[in-house]
Design a protein around this ligand. Structure first.
Ligand code: SF4
Length: 207
């Protein structure tokens, strides 16, 4: 490959890895997840969650452990097919009769994610077990040229609250999820930008 071609490929890859961030909206909200007591207030019931083929394959490997928490996933032949293809390489997760994601279970009267619980018990990084959309929520990303911001209905959930006086530093839960999803250093770099008062910025993700 010629040097010119190589630099064009590098520039294209760099563009693909760009994440535009709406810091103004992210700075305005705090998030603290302790599990939900009711379906109506659970983010695991409000949205249709989609996973990529890579995420689906990782979830399938966990099913032997997940089924111990979610026995409804087991069948005589093995496991229920809970993935519905909704687009090329994109699969929606099935829901239970009351509208919850099929991977939820109840522990100590709180709705929990079995993928999260199994991943933690096995010592796996959560970005290897949970869908990206779930890791980031209540942040959401748009496809293509990725833009990260807070979902419109965030404040209708008790785990999210509007921050008083809008401090410049970002909520620690957001920093942790962004580090997981976009790679080490992403959250710290963003927090630095927020500390300087930026309202919007663009960063290159490592993952
Ligand atoms: S995968 Fe886990 S976090 Fe995501 S919607 Fe399902 S139960 Fe909730």
């Amino acid at each position: 490959m010629s040097t010119l071609m190589k630099s064009k490929v590098r520039a294209k890859n760099r563009q693909k890895r760009r994440v535009r961030v709406d810091l103004a909206s992210i700075r305005s909200v705090d998030h603290d997840c302790g599990g939900c007591a009711t379906t109506e207030k659970s983010c695991c019931a409000r949205y249709e969650v989609c996973v990529t083929a890579a995420e689906l394959n990782r979830i399938i490997l966990l099913l032997p452990e997940v089924v111990k928490l979610c026995p409804h996933l087991g069948t005589d032949e093995g496991y229920d097919n809970v993935f519905e293809e909704v687009g090329q390489g994109l699969f929606a997760l099935d829901t239970t009769e009351d509208g919850l994601c099929t991977f939820t279970f109840v522990l100590d009267h709180k709705i929990r994610c079995s993928l999260h619980t199994v991943g933690t018990a096995l010592g796996l990084p959560l970005n290897k077990v949970k869908p990206k959309a779930c890791l980031l929520w209540p942040l959401s990303f748009s496809e293509g040229d990725e833009v990260l911001s807070v979902v419109d209905d965030a404040l209708s959930f008790p785990c999210n609250s509007r921050r008083r006086n809008q401090p410049r530093q970002l909520c620690s839960a957001f920093l942790a999820s962004m580090e997981l999803v976009y790679g080490e250093g992403f959250g710290t770099a963003l927090d630095r930008k927020a500390g300087k008062g930026s309202l919007r910025t663009t960063l290159i993700r490592c993952r």
